[in-house]
Design a protein around this ligand. Structure first.
Ligand SMILES: Cc1cc2nc3c(=O)[nH]c(=O)nc-3n(C[C@H](O)[C@H](O)[C@H](O)COP(=O)(O)O)c2cc1C
Length: 148
């Protein structure tokens, strides 16, 4: 079994879109480094106001990582949405994937009933999982289009 933890938190780092993107890239780079060491995979949704993250791996590793993340001053009020044991990883090949919400992704958000601002307090963990999988798929398809 794989332990899965989903939480949301409020971004505390203000700035331009470019600065937001830089912020996210720094977080992802560090996450990928640490998570590959710790056997953690997952996805980070960032809509500029909120972070919503899926962490999956061994229970101890996920718990330790979450405790470290929760004290990071780049966000505040981290709240766990759900923890559970699941059979398989959702993102087995991604030590931490993620994307900044951009206008081109609007269609994906809309498909999930999110037209305006995200309200993570009203999301279920299953909705988060489906949104993350679709956002990830969207990004992957974009990469393929650009590569061909
Ligand atoms: C929204 C958010 C998500 C993060 N996700 C991860 C993560 O998945 N793994 C991780 O190791 N650090 C993550 N971090 C960074 C940690 O808070 C912390 O800065 C980092 O783990 C410290 O690593 P170090 O002790 O190697 O410097 C995240 C930070 C933020 C703000």
């Amino acid at each position: 079994m794989v332990y899965q933890l989903i939480y949301y938190s409020r971004n505390t780092v203000d700035g331009s879109d470019r600065e937001m993107l830089t912020n996210l890239r720094e977080i992802l780079a560090k996450s990928q480094h640490n998570n590959s060491r710790d056997g953690i995979t997952g996805y980070l949704i960032f809509d500029k106001t909120w972070f919503i993250q899926i962490l999956e791996g061994d229970r101890d590793a996920v718990t330790t990582t979450y405790q470290r993340i929760a004290t990071d001053p780049r966000h505040s009020s981290a709240s766990i949405l759900n923890t559970r044991d699941v059979k398989d990883r959702l993102f087995p090949n991604w030590t931490m994937a993620g994307a900044l919400r951009t206008p081109e992704m609007q269609e994906v958000y809309l498909e999930h009933g999110i037209g305006g601002a995200i309200d993570p307090t009203r999301l279920t963990s299953d909705q988060v999982v489906r949104l993350a999988l679709d956002l990830h798929q969207f990004e992957q398809n974009k990469r393929l289009r650009h590569a061909s």
